[in-house]
Design a protein. Structure first.
Length: 382
């Protein structure tokens, strides 16, 4: 069955966050399989084209955008996008079979209202869990918004076990909650690592509070700053992180955003993710695909990716040695430091963990498998 799919996303490329990356990958994969796919998103900048293609999918940017950064004007732009989106969903109701909205945030409210008016099947994908959960930011509107979501959503897609538990705890029925992990194209096997140089530790991602790059710096310093620490990414916290590195008397390399994260990770030995909250990190998946030994915190999709067989976090000061990588407790500087020191000192260990990580990707996280999972859900709700 050929489907007409509309993907609603509050943000899209050229932004390079996790939701934007997964939206692009899935839209392209569905289009390659012959489905009619459109991505409807907010026009964030005046020079962003109103219409373009993404791997066979049609991308439409709605609303108006100015270069102003004033908060009130940005809120007005968001409100205008919401009205345009609602009108378009209603006017085009006969031109699509299913709508999937990325993240249970304000575009999901608009899309749910349109679904109530048009009786079009709605699927919502929850992008984050824990302290940054999609369900956590509604304040006094929480009961009203969740009631609307529960009433109009035919399927709620989560990425990990924690997301599944959170969805059930806020009242979604089990038969409407589907767990589908993020996926990517594994590509060819990475080349062997260079054992003659000091190990390279890598982080790829935004410099935001919940990513806890500060904790990574402290843990690396506590471990004796072994190897070379490379930080790829940017954000509002970069200046404070550079000052913290000076205070700790360590010299990590702040690289800014890298053009090709996969190539960057292919040349790294260890990938570290010290987050307090995660949905399912694309950077972690890419590091696993490229054969990095992976160390992350016991939260969200990190657990599903690296130690799905483990139900409880490790004790403070220790790590869980999972089937595809290691996990420390959130906020546990000593546990991270212990793991970093051990990984940096053992090339054979890094190699074993790297191959185990890639094997997990091949088994459970290929883009084909992820796209199949979504299409089965779409077929069921249509």
């Amino acid at each position: 069955m050929t489907l007409r799919i509309v993907v609603v996303s509050g943000q899209f490329r050229p932004l390079v966050g996790g939701t934007e990356v997964q939206t692009a990958r899935l839209a392209s994969e569905w289009a390659a399989r012959g489905h009619q796919v459109e991505v409807w998103t907010r026009r964030l900048e005046a020079d962003h084209p109103k219409e373009e293609s993404e791997g066979g999918a049609r991308v439409l940017r709605l609303g108006w955008a100015s270069r102003a950064r004033h908060l009130r004007l940005r809120r007005l732009e968001r409100a205008h996008f919401s009205l345009v989106l609602l009108a378009r969903l209603i006017a085009r109701k006969n031109s699509y079979d299913v709508v999937i909205v990325q993240q249970a945030l304000y575009p999901a409210v608009v899309t749910a209202l349109a679904s109530w008016l048009t009786q079009t099947p709605l699927v919502i994908r929850v992008a984050s869990t824990g302290s940054t959960s999609d369900f956590a930011g509604w304040g006094s509107l929480t009961r009203l918004v969740l009631g609307l979501f529960r009433s109009e959503t035919r399927a709620l897609i989560v990425m990990n076990r924690q997301g599944e538990s959170e969805a059930l705890s806020v009242g979604f029925s089990r038969d409407r909650v589907y767990r589908i992990p993020n996926g990517l194209d594994p590509g060819g096997a990475p080349p062997p690592r260079n054992r003659t140089r000091p190990p390279r530790l890598a982080y790829v991602g935004a410099f935001r509070a919940e990513k806890r790059v500060d904790l990574l710096l402290r843990a690396w310093a506590r471990a004796g700053a072994p190897g070379e620490l490379l930080l790829a990414g940017d954000g509002s916290l970069r200046g404070s992180l550079e000052l913290l590195a000076q205070k700790l008397n360590i010299a990590p390399k702040f690289l800014g955003n890298v053009v090709d994260p996969r190539a960057f990770l292919r040349d790294a030995d260890i990938f570290v993710l010290a987050s307090d909250a995660e949905g399912m990190s694309n950077a972690l998946l890419e590091a696993m695909t490229e054969g990095c030994a992976c160390l992350a915190t016991f939260v969200g999709g990190n657990v599903d990716c690296l130690a799905p067989e483990v139900a409880t976090p490790p004790e403070p000061g220790s790590v869980v040695k999972g089937s595809a990588g290691w996990l420390a407790r959130c906020g546990d500087e000593s546990g991270l430091a212990l793991a970093l020191k051990e990984m940096c000192g053992d090339a054979d260990l890094r190699e074993r963990l790297g191959w185990a990580a890639r094997a997990k990707i091949l088994a459970d996280h290929s883009l084909e498998q992820t796209a199949d999972g979504y299409l089965k859900v779409f077929g069921a709700v249509v």
